[in-house]
Write a new protein. Structure first.
Length: 328
């Protein structure tokens, strides 16, 4: 049995407003990942994905606070550690993030080689490249894997690169120190379809070469996750409402929200091309209020009176997890 590389145990996170009010942004999230796995997380804007990412990286910086639970990389807890400790000993080395906007993530007045060199220099350890020449050689070796004109890209400013080259540069910089876990926050959202394909191929190549061990891929696009992820978790109002294999979640969703989410999307499947997307009526509940009953009940077309009274626990339905008492 493969070793668990990344473990999340009943993680809950909240924001504290200046009025002392708690906003429960993430509630009771649990999962674990093994070598080579890719977990996709999907959900509409405001469901808690970005807050979850901060918690998974151990970056609970006020006004964000951990409520309960734990996050472990190779058995090492990331909870209740100082920001300086996380930045020095965890980020980029054990867990790294590929941000959504490559252009915003790169310093516009510095060349790619200088931005990348800073990452190496910031986490300098005995035996690591130290001179400018050694660092540049290390960068060339790594960027040669990405199928780009290495010399030109490294010596360019971000504005001189195409959107695809910028995104691949960000991926290269984020994985320079071979982190165990990589979290990709919508890395293909601003790219055209052909460039998306190149970026995803690059991610798979890095995983296959062992540059990193596991990945969490966050996006709004469930059909994209079907081709990228091994397993998919659907998030709604701070909770995981369904979690299973990509095939299960996309082809046979069981939670009413997952079904509604799939129905609201355009599909490239030949059998689904004539189907018109159906919008999900209403809006998610306020996370600053005390939650009673199912969080999706007000928007669910199949909700019964008990759904609005009884809290739904995530449970096994067949061979996947679903947070709905009436799912079959």
């Amino acid at each position: 049995m493969s070793e668990k590389i990344f473990e999340v145990d009943h993680l809950s996170l909240h924001y504290l407003t200046r009025f002392g009010e708690k906003v429960h942004a993430v509630t009771d999230v649990s999962f674990s990942m093994k070598q080579g796995e890719i977990l996709g997380i999907a959900g509409e804007s405001g469901c808690g994905k970005s807050t979850l990412v901060s918690g998974l990286m151990g970056m609970c910086i006020p006004p964000l606070y951990p409520t309960s639970g734990d996050v472990r990389v190779n058995g090492e807890s990331l909870m209740n550690r100082s920001e300086s400790d996380i930045r020095s000993n965890v980020l980029a080395q054990k867990i790294s993030m590929i941000p959504q906007g490559a252009f915003n993530a790169l310093n516009p007045v510095r060349k790619i080689k200088d931005i990348a060199a800073d990452v190496i220099a910031a986490h300098q350890k005995q035996g690591s490249p130290s001179s400018a020449k050694e660092i540049y050689q290390r960068l060339c070796e790594r960027f040669d894997l990405f199928g780009m004109d290495t010399q030109r890209v490294l010596n360019s400013y971000p504005i001189q690169l195409t959107a695809g080259e910028r995104q691949r540069s960000v991926i290269g910089i984020s994985t320079l120190l071979n982190p165990r876990m990589v979290i990709a926050d919508e890395p293909t959202s601003a790219l055209d379809v052909s460039t998306q394909k190149e970026v995803i191929k690059m991610i798979f190549d890095l995983l296959e070469k062992g540059i990193f061990s596991t990945m969490i891929f966050i996006t709004h696009e469930l059909p994209l996750l079907y081709h990228v992820a091994d397993n998919i978790a659907i998030m709604y109002a701070g909770e995981f409402v369904e979690m299973g294999t990509a095939e299960q979640v996309v082809k046979d969703p069981r939670h009413p929200y997952t079904q509604a989410l799939m129905g609201a999307m355009l599909s490239s499947e030949s059998s689904q091309r004539s189907r018109k997307p159906v919008a999900i009526e209403g809006a998610p509940p306020s996370l600053s209020q005390t939650m009673v009953g199912c969080r999706f009940a007000e928007r669910c077309t199949r909700a019964c009176p008990d759904c609005k009274k009884n809290t739904q626990s995530i449970r096994m339905v067949g061979d996947r997890l679903v947070r709905c008492d009436y799912a079959k």
